[in-house]
Design a protein around this ligand. Structure first.
Ligand SMILES: Nc1ncnc2c1ncn2[C@@H]1O[C@H](COP(=O)(O)OP(=O)(O)O)[C@@H](O)[C@H]1O
Ligand SMILES: [Mg+2]
Length: 376
């Protein structure tokens, strides 16, 4: 495997604290690696070191085959960097910012002009292209900054929290630009606090906490590391939470957990048999259920499990972006498989619905959400 970035034992100390503390990192050429961590994890410090802006205190790194310290000039030439803070010249227009960078990178006048126009278009800045950048909103500056890092069409792109301060539409546009670059062969090192972003863009994710790697892998590997599918059972009456838990435990099902606040019991599923068993047990215990479904934890939860702390909102942009979490609606109670056992609880009018449920089979309050949950 050729790697655009190889990092071994990278250390950066500020005072007595190692804010990057022996970091190892390999970014294969042509791939996107997301460095995922909350505020203060050491992401920006890492990016600053890998772009030669900050000298490491220990460790070794090669960037595009160049030694980070001994061949700093070549390293700088071979990368495109978008810092966490907008670094455009506020006194000139967006178009002039990009044109100037093009000229600095030895593009001809015509090439620099054309490149500026393309990038302004890609980042939806054409309308404000002639305005001084100081009149731009935070999101516009951010986009201009990103565009600036792409003028030289670098083969290796560093994006330090590129979507902090962007609204969801602009964020999606940026994701498209990144994907486009990767299709054209670029390698990307991205830092983010957003699991959704890592999931959307990255081939590989390195979860960083206190300057160290605490987990790494593909997004799906990380998810399975922390646990596969989870069954959620929501009884109609909160008082039945304990009964549901006992019933599951009596069938030796592993570790059901009561979430009183959400009014549900959750249980990791370790194979098909357990789900079927759980459904049998629940039907037999006769507790009326409001909902039951399965879901795969998203990376937010993986992160929470790994670091024991929730994802913080970025506080670096003008606008803080909060990713909407879409909670899948709870599905109606499934009937017991095999011979139908009428539960002693409430029987739905017209008997148990078919399994899997058919469209229009449930009264509105029990109708499966669209798209329906993943039934087995
Ligand atoms: N120049 C500096 N001097 C002292 N401490 C710093 C400096 N830069 C960053 N830090 C500290 O290093 C830690 C990591 O910061 P940073 O790399 O910016 O994290 P992240 O980008 O993951 O939010 C933080 O605790 C921060 O306060
Ligand atoms: Mg940062």
């Amino acid at each position: 495997m050729t790697a655009s970035i190889r990092v071994e034992g990278l250390v950066k100390r500020f005072g007595t604290t190692n804010v990057v503390n022996g970091l190892d990192l390999t970014v294969p050429t042509g791939k996107v690696l997301a460095l995922l961590g909350s505020n203060g994890a050491g992401k920006t410090t890492t990016v600053r070191m890998l772009s030669t802006l900050l000298r490491p205190d220990a460790g070794h790194a090669t960037i595009n085959g160049y030694d980070l310290v001994k061949q700093a000039k070549q390293v700088r030439r071979s990368i495109g960097l978008t810092g966490q803070y907008a670094s455009v010249d506020a006194e000139i227009s967006g178009r002039d910012n990009l044109y100037l960078i093009g000229r600095l990178l030895n593009l001809s006048r015509g090439q620099a002009k054309a490149r500026a126009s393309d990038l302004l278009e890609q980042f939806a800045l054409t309308d404000v292209a002639s305005k001084q950048a100081r009149h731009y909103s935070g999101g516009m500056r951010r986009r201009l900054d990103l565009a600036a890092s792409l003028v030289g069409e670098p083969e290796l792109i560093y994006l330090d929290e590129p979507t902090t301060g962007l609204d969801p539409q602009r964020r999606n546009d940026l994701w498209d630009v990144v994907r486009d670059r990767v299709t054209q062969g670029a390698t990307v090192l991205l830092t983010t606090q957003y699991m959704e972003e890592a999931e959307a863009l990255a081939d590989l994710v390195v979860v960083m906490d206190k300057g160290r790697t605490i987990a790494s892998g593909t997004p799906s590997e990380l998810k399975t590391k922390v646990g596969g599918e989870v069954l959620r059972i929501r009884p109609e009456r909160p008082a039945d939470l304990v009964a549901v838990t006992r019933a599951l435990q009596s069938a030796r099902l592993r570790s059901p957990k009561v979430d009183a606040e959400q009014g549900m019991v959750t249980m990791p599923i370790h194979g098909e048999g357990e789900l079927t068993m759980a459904v049998h047990v629940l039907a037999a215990c006769g507790v009326p259920l409001k909902g039951i479904d399965t879901y795969v934890p998203d990376l937010d939860e993986v992160f929470l499990t790994l670091t024991n702390k929730p994802v913080e909102n970025g506080d670096d942009g003008d606008v803080t972006m909060v990713m909407p979490r879409v909670e899948p609606a709870l599905a109606p109670p499934p009937p017991p498989p095999g011979p139908r056992i009428p539960p002693p609880g409430r029987l739905p009018v017209g008997g148990w619905p078919q399994f899997p449920p058919q469209h229009g089979q449930f009264p509105p309050q029990h109708r499966p959400p669209h798209p329906p949950p993943r039934w087995r």
